[in-house]
Design a protein around this ligand. Sequence first.
Ligand code: SAH
Length: 344
Amino acid sequence: MKADVLSMFPTELSELAVSLGQPSYRGKQIFEGLYKGADSFYAMTSLPERFRALLEENAIIKTAAVKRKLVSKIDGTVKYLYELYDGETVESVFMRYKHGNTMCISTQVGCRMGCAFCASTKAGLVRPLSASEMLLKIITAEKDLGEWVSNVVLMGMGEPLDNYDNVIRFLKLANLENGLNIGLRHISLSTCGLVEKMDKLADEGLPVTLSVSLHAPNDEKRRQIMPVANKYSVAELIAACKRYIAKTGRRISFEYSLISGVNDSPSDAAEVGKLLSGMLCHLNLIPVNPIKEKSFVRSEKNAIKLFTETAEKYKINVTVRRHLGADINASCGQLRAEDKNAIN
Ligand code: SAH
């Protein structure tokens, strides 16, 4: 198998150079070439010609082709459908916020978590993404738009903690000063709550923001919409969150998709309030984006207001997420699903 250089740290690139009979400083030159936008080794003119030819034989610079690009007329949000080396497709969204350009990226092609309201998981998991494929979404968008990305949310397709090693590698690479130089504090990782992996993440010492998809106030309701709740109870999940906060000192952001008649009653809100009360956390309410395959309906404005006020009584910091890219189906897995349907 050819070495996937964009997934490698400078030290690993040095080892590759040495293994091909070159001095180790060539590793740094390859790394710099990659982030200057080289998409072939021949374009890395700081390297001797014979070495470039050797690299072409032994290594690969992965690329992502823009298969579709949709630009929101409302808020300038850009949604990309990228085609990867094997023809698989993944989506990413570029959003313009006051605090900087934010990119929402995927961590897997498909997903095996099976959440009932999510379009990404309908056909199951196809394959994990490599660190390079995650980086490429940012690199390709930056090139295409001529703008920098300063914030990243791992909230696209896939479950980041189900692709643990590649995601950790991605986080460390994205943070490198001579690479994308994205601050870890500006990266959010969202999980449906894989408890053991949350504990592992807490031990990594990476100051990323952890988002936890809660979506229900108790086991019974959570099991109806999130199969992962059959594996971990809400109590186990919350205990893991408390361990994470104790270990990292960082606030957790709980995500809660409001689905009319399913999880949006005032008593649901009170239960959530009790559950999170006293924790170093934030509750992010997301009116559900209805997907084609299911008949979930977004909560009414009044229900959202009442839910917010009820949860706030427990001294929880609550926000309702702004909805960007409404005209381009900017939520999770929808563009890829549409593209697949068009082909099949
Ligand atoms: N696997 C990760 C990342 C998924 S996407 C996780 O579960 O957290 C990021 C967020 O979008 C998750 O909270 C997910 O539950 C939510 N989401 C997925 N589909 C949605 C939809 N149709 N409407 C609203 N939120 C949705």
